[in-house]
Design a protein around this ligand. Structure first.
Ligand code: FAD
Ligand code: FO1
Length: 450
């Protein structure tokens, strides 16, 4: 495999003892480079690979909806790993204690984990690093081009990261080999799904959804349907929330139940126009990898301080502008604004766990327009996004919200009230793009289409 996907986080010497992969972001076996690296390392030392997932009882406002999607997906990972004789353990509680105890219980010779730019993940890793006496490797199986290689700094926008990614993309579109069963005398652990549900401490009022089924197998089915039935119209229809033109792959990508590299390879192989492929891959690769770049190099990805300087200045200058409407978090959450279109987008998210991509921009920009300050708007948008979206709590979400409210990865536009030079969006703009009434009827308060 291409070892550029692996980073070493310390200088400890490897021991001839089991290799432990602490799986956290990539909940799949196929195209999971950490598993392949772990198996190769274990084989070279004549030892075995063991995998552990640490379940935290709460995670960035996630609710039963997202935990259920995640745990059911992990059950499938467990069964696939059992077929390969790879023991898969689940610990519950805080990773700093659990992972270190697990390592000493199995007398581990090295630790691997998934690359993840979120602050909470970096904090977990740093705390473990402080006490670790064995090598600690980080593997990027989320980005096709490893995040730290695509660029060594925060990029200004898609236009600056695109050529950097494209220059080396082909090198990273390699095939994933078929994994061979490993020999182990360790008893394979069970996966007690119900017991895991009992360990989580989350908001049970945000219900599970059933229109999208979790797991790697279902993710591949959703991809196949997208390629067969929707890809050719993606470019023309993707900004129309009334049309079923987008892939719905984001929840699977968020939990690592499918690999973007696998998706890209299937798209490239498909019998579709090169324009359609280009348009989809721009989102899947350039936009998505730009989000990881943003969160990796900007520790303020979730607040006002992380915005570009021009946006901070202009928003600050317009801080005292009169707001015609101002809503509290509760009013936003209950979809009680004066704007039927906004309320419909909020309802779509609350009910289905996935707001259409085009509406997400309108939704977040209106939160800026109707909040006391840009920071408050950020707090409200992140809170709601992370609580209700299946794909929330993700670099794409933090980047999308910072784009909408703080001009991140965008340029200055003509100046106006509240927004200053941050790009504005309005109802009439939506009306020009799609049938606003059809969308509002579908997601208005009677919830009849769910
Ligand atoms: P498709 O159009 O089929 O795209 C395929 C994939 O490309 C997506 O799954 C995603 O990985 C990537 N992609 C598409 N659009 C973007 C984009 N603008 N930025 C980065 N990657 C993109 N995405 C999330 O995954 N989680 C979030 O919490 C999230 N919150 C957002 C909040 C706001 C305010 C905005 C403006 C955007 C947000 N996005 C988020 C980005 C984008 O809207 C979603 O990725 C997309 O709507 C997911 O649906 P899909 O998979 O059907 O999209
Ligand atoms: N990662 C973990 O390592 N352990 C968890 O218990 C866990 C819960 C969780 C719940 C909802 C959610 O959206 C994500 C969660 N994650 C968890 C992290 C996730 O796998 C991703 O790594 C990040 O959210 C995005 O980078």
């Amino acid at each position: 495999m291409n070892l550029n996907r692996v980073g070493k986080l310390n200088n400890c010497e490897i021991k001839k003892s089991p290799i432990v992969y602490w799986l956290s972001r990539e909940h799949r076996v196929d195209y999971n480079w950490a598993i392949l690296f772990g198996l190769e390392l274990a084989k070279s030392l004549n030892t075995i690979l063991i995998i552990v997932f640490n379940l935290v009882p709460s995670f960035l406002n996630a609710t039963l909806r997202q935990y259920s999607f995640m745990l059911k997906g992990l059950k499938e990972v467990h069964s696939e790993l059992s077929n390969l004789n790879i023991p898969f353990f689940i610990t519950t509680g805080q990773p700093e204690n659990n992972v270190t105890h697990f390592l000493s219980d199995v007398k581990a010779g090295a630790l691997l984990t998934d690359f993840d730019p979120l602050k909470i993940k970096m904090q977990w890793k740093n705390n473990i690093l402080k006490v670790l006496k064995i090598p600690f490797y980080e593997v990027d199986s989320h980005n096709i081009v490893p995040c730290w290689l695509a660029s060594n700094k925060q990029e200004f926008g898609a236009y600056t990261i695109r050529p950097k990614i494209k220059k080396i993309l082909d090198e990273y579109l390699d095939d994933f080999p078929k994994l061979k069963k490993q020999n182990t005398s360790i008893d394979l652990p069970e996966f007690a799904l119900e017991k895991l549900f009992n360990k989580i401490e989350v908001d049970n009022d945000v219900k599970e959804i059933d229109w999208l089924k979790p797991g790697a197998d279902k993710a591949k089915k959703v991809l196949r349907r997208f390629i067969k039935e929707k890809l050719d119209k993606y470019q023309s229809d993707r900004n129309d929330p009334n049309k079923d033109a987008i892939s719905n792959l984001s929840p699977y990508l968020h939990f690592g139940q499918i690999s973007s590299q696998y998706i890209a390879k299937e798209i490239l192989k498909s019998d579709t126009s090169s324009e359609a492929k280009e348009s989809f891959l721009e989102e899947l690769i350039v936009r998505k990898e730009l989000s990881d770049n943003f969160c990796y190099y900007n520790r303020n990805y979730d607040n006002f301080d992380g915005f570009p300087q021009w946006a901070k200045n202009t928003l600050q200058e317009h801080l005292k502008d009169k707001r015609e409407f101002e809503y509290s978090l509760k009013e936003f959450e209950k979809a009680k604004t004066h704007d039927e279109l906004w309320n419909s987008a909020q309802n779509e998210m609350v009910l289905t766990g996935k707001m259409h991509g085009y509406m997400r921009m309108y939704w977040a920009k209106k939160i800026l327009e109707w909040s006391a300050s840009p920071q408050e708007a950020m707090n409200i948008a992140i809170y709601l996004n992370d609580k209700y979206q299946l794909d929330g709590r993700d670099p794409n979400g933090y980047a999308g919200i910072a784009w909408s409210i703080g001009g991140m990865h965008d340029r200055a536009w003509s100046e106006r009230n509240i927004f200053g030079k941050v790009r504005y969006m309005n109802y009439n703009g939506c009306k020009r793009k799609f049938d606003v009434e059809e969308y509002s009827d579908k997601w208005s308060d009677n919830y009849s289409k769910t």
